[in-house]
Design a binder for this molecule. Structure first.
Ligand code: PMP
Length: 395
């Protein structure tokens, strides 16, 4: 049997990490991997997470199984964080999943189970794992225009034209709730409303992946679009990740939500999500979910977490502004102003793989081949070095 297995293609980002480690140059800068790093290059455990873990260690008296959907208190806390009061709690079926990836995978499986003919539309580009999982599940897919590398912004006309021309009732449109990965370019609320109108005209169903709530414009601002969609479509799937905003990457903490305008559907939706958990891994992991629940339900811990997250967000925003200003100074043009407009951890520079490679070879700058940069990989001292490398490479 094993002789039938083929070598799988190496993960490009992991290969980049290895190349970075092997590079002996002192001034090398890692803008590759998608984790938040502070000015010292460390991905810290957040204060509230440490405090919550201590509390859990002191108070937890059993490690017995939770439920197939995870701890209901976790779902309640996360539904509140993501959806606020946009819909009634009774309209939302929700299950804990291993990370946002688990939620994405289960969402696609639910689509496949409910409507095998559904096609999934994704932005060009999107997080590569979206496409990889969809292909693995054998689902039919189609991309829609999204990033405009001329302006560094969203090609909104192209996006709407593609959706209008191709969507059929029952198709699923994958959208990033905020902080689009890999581009950093996002829709504004007026544009979201137009997308919702197209969805409702065509009968297509939105699926929102929200993996960076709190990294863009703030915890509530980043959820505003998702809340608008939830309140204005008949059905919505949401895959949420706690990896970034709680800094608990390895704890594998996510939530899948199925929102229905018809609360009478929630019971069957909930049962279907729990069934999918059962088929794939039975009970979802609990430790990260318990950390999140402990933080979100304790006013002091919640306030401290939100304050630290806000520091992280503002730090990244400062770096963006500094980078855009530095490039403005060096080029005498506003060509790179979009870097200050982008939100979240990533920005796509919009250049060729050849120039990305040139920046690596000449200046020790490591970004993903599609020119995605992790802004959190910078600090105030390395921003001018990056700006100079971008200009030197002739981007
Ligand atoms: N969606 C997007 C868009 C992401 O960028 C990520 C993380 N890279 C995820 C989902 C999943 O994150 P995790 O499984 O680590 O929670």
């Amino acid at each position: 049997m094993f002789e039938n297995l083929k070598e799988q293609p190496a993960d490009k980002i992991l290969a980049l990490i290895e190349a970075f480690k092997a590079d002996p140059r002192d001034g090398k800068i890692d803008l590759g991997v998608g984790v938040y790093k502070n000015a010292e290059g460390v991905t810290p455990v957040m204060r509230a997470v440490k405090a919550a873990e201590k509390k859990i260690w002191e108070e937890q008296i059993t490690k017995s199984y939770t439920g197939l959907a995870g701890d209901p208190a976790y779902a309640d806390a996360m539904v509140g964080l993501v959806l606020g009061d946009a819909v009634e709690r009774g309209q939302v079926a929700a299950v804990a999943t291993p990370g946002g990836t688990g939620a994405v995978r289960q969402a696609f499986e639910l689509v496949k189970m409910a409507n095998p003919a559904a096609r999934v539309f994704y932005s060009d580009p999107t997080w590569p794992n979206h496409v990889s999982i969809l292909n693995y599940l054998g689902m039919e897919t189609q991309s829609y225009r999204y990033f405009d590398s001329e302006t560094g912004g969203v090609d909104f006309e192209g996006m709407i034209a593609d959706l209008k021309a191709n969507l059929k009732a029952g198709d699923v449109v994958l959208l990033h709730g905020c902080c689009h990965n890999p581009t950093g370019a996002n829709l504004n609320l007026v544009q979201w409303k137009e997308v919702v109108a197209v969805l409702n005209e065509t009968g297509a169903i939105p699926m929102i992946d929200i993996a960076y709530q709190g990294f863009g414009d703030g915890l509530d601002a980043d959820a505003e679009a998702t809340r608008y969609v939830a309140a204005n479509v008949p059905e919505l799937l949401i895959a949420a990740s706690c990896s970034k905003n709680f800094g608990i990457y390895r704890e594998r903490t996510g939530l899948l939500m199925a929102v229905s305008a018809d609360a009478a559907k929630t019971k069957v939706n909930q049962g279907s999500l729990a069934f999918l958990n059962r088929q794939n891994y039975s009970f979802p992991p609990d430790h990260g979910a318990r950390i999140v629940t402990t933080i979100l339900t304790d006013p002091a811990l919640r306030a401290d977490w939100a304050a630290e997250l806000e520091e992280v967000r503002l730090g990244m925003l400062e770096l963006r502004k500094q980078l855009a200003a530095e490039l403005q100074r060096l080029t005498g043009s506003d060509r790179f102003a979009f870097l200050g407009e982008h939100r979240g951890m990533f920005s796509r520079l919009g250049t060729t793989p050849e120039l990305v490679e040139k920046m690596r070879a000449d200046s020790g700058i490591y970004m993903v081949g599609d020119s995605r940069m992790n802004i959190a990989g910078l600090n105030t001292k390395t921003v001018p070095i990056l700006a100079q490398a971008i200009v030197d490479a002739g981007v």
